[in-house]
Design a protein around this ligand. Structure first.
Ligand code: SF4
Length: 203
């Protein structure tokens, strides 16, 4: 009988260590595997029994310099567990790790303040889910809780560009209505990178 995949606060893949801070999200993306009750990524079950404290995460990471990057990822939006994100990022940077944040780019919109100064000095790379070239396609796929999320993602990318060494926007190849060249143009206008992801590929 096949064994169940292990539940994971952290998991290793692609030479990186991924941190699973929360299962909460601001968005309800139609393409998200968790809404199909599929929580398994790279052989790990990312359903959390509780949201971890900083010490639990740091213990699960071990030596952060053993990885190319330590990545705040999910299956959830890491910025919703903000204080733990900042504390762990501080400790990782102090230990000499390269730190990436994968985010929906909505933390400033959600909180009503520009949070990018708080990420400066803690996060080396921020990877922001752009997911579409315009608000109509974005809203259809990502289902934000209110109007204005899409321009807020672009504003977050611009603010992050002023503060952080590396900013990447991501879009998903094969998602209905998504125009990858138009997404690339939005990234180019902001002088940030575009990474094209495959559907159902987390990380
Ligand atoms: S932000 Fe990520 S984890 Fe959250 S619903 Fe969208 S795809 Fe799923």
């Amino acid at each position: 009988m096949p064994s169940s995949p292990p539940r994971a606060l952290t998991y290793r893949a692609h030479g990186n260590c991924y941190l699973n801070l929360t299962n909460r999200c601001t968005l309800r993306c139609g393409f998200c595997p968790k809404f199909r009750k599929d929580w398994v990524v790279d052989g790990y079950d990312l359903r959390l029994s509780h949201e971890p404290e900083a010490e639990e995460l740091l213990a699960a990471i071990g030596n952060p310099r053993a990885f190319q990057e330590v990545v705040f990822c999910g299956l959830g939006e890491p910025t919703l567990h903000w204080s733990v994100l900042l504390e762990v990022a501080d400790r990782l940077r102090a230990a000499g790790a390269a730190v990436r944040l994968n985010t929906d780019g909505l933390a400033s919109w959600r909180t009503g303040r520009n949070v990018t100064p708080e990420l400066a000095g803690r996060i080396d790379t921020v990877s922001i889910s752009l997911n579409a070239q315009g608000e109509a396609v974005y809203n259809r796929h990502c289902r934000p809780p209110a109007e204005g999320a899409f321009p807020a993602v672009l504003e977050f990318a611009s603010r992050a560009r002023e503060r952080l060494p590396r900013v990447i926007l991501t879009a998903i190849e094969g998602l209905e209505g998504v125009d990858i060249p138009a997404c690339r143009a939005l990234a180019d206008e902001r002088r940030v990178e575009l990474r094209v992801r495959r559907l159902d590929r987390v990380g």
